[in-house]
Design a binder for this molecule. Structure first.
Ligand code: PAN
Ligand code: ZN
Length: 197
């Protein structure tokens, strides 16, 4: 290593972060990892009884995030990826908790990396729709639209995400009222169905 180079403010430095091009796995100081298991998904699937009978330690999804500024800082961007495991609670696909951003009108990008799944979206009028997610698909999630990911495939499903550092996450609304539709397997294919099952 050339020490005169690293100590000089004019030195060309290494980036703080790298991303594995195939998997979009993030590497570098400050990258965080959070995991959600079935035991953390209380009340989110339609069939709560079926969830309770499954292994509470089973991993449902994990999130890698890079948050270079404090959460809530205006004007910054956060970057990450989410991997949802394959699986179902009865006929409902493994999914993320889902949220709406706490701050109004803060949009987000998602893009498909590996596996296949569905992005479930719901507007402020509780109208729900869904987009197919696959490697290379790109999804602009408008501000004020609640979002949740479900793995409709047989292998881990990974997406990338970029969101505002002051967006914040409101989980209460979804925990209380859910989305107005769920992604379930009907006749071997994923289908969005309205209401509680
Ligand atoms: C994503 C999500 C991630 C996990 O980074 O936070 O997919 O989903 P939940 O936050 O709903 O558990 C994002 O949308 N950030 O804003
Ligand atoms: Zn979000």
């Amino acid at each position: 290593m050339n020490t005169s180079q690293t100590s000089s403010p004019l030195a060309v430095r290494d980036p703080a972060l790298t991303v594995q091009l195939e998997s979009w796995k993030l590497m570098g100081e400050g990258v965080t990892l959070s995991e959600k298991k079935l035991k953390d998904m209380n009340g989110l699937f339609a069939d709560e009884e079926a969830r309770r009978l499954m292994d509470p330690e089973a991993n449902v999804y994990k999130v890698q995030s890079y948050m270079p500024v404090a959460e809530g800082t205006p004007g910054g961007l956060f970057f990450g990826n989410t991997t949802v495991q394959p699986g179902k609670v009865r006929d409902e696909y493994f999914m993320t908790r889902g949220h709406i951003h706490s701050k109004a009108r803060t949009a987000e990008y998602y893009w498909g990396i590996k596996g296949e799944g569905v992005l479930i979206l719901m507007d402020v009028n509780r109208v729900t729709w869904a987009e197919r997610v696959f490697p290379g698909s790109l999804h602009y999630i408008a501000g004020d639209v609640a979002h949740r990911l479900a793995n409709s495939g047989l292998v881990p499903f990974t997406i990338g995400a970029c969101w505002y550092s002051d967006a914040g996450h409101n989980y209460d609304e979804i925990e209380r009222n859910g989305f107005s539709a769920r992604l379930v397997e009907v006749g071997g294919v994923p289908k969005l169905v309205e209401g509680k099952l």
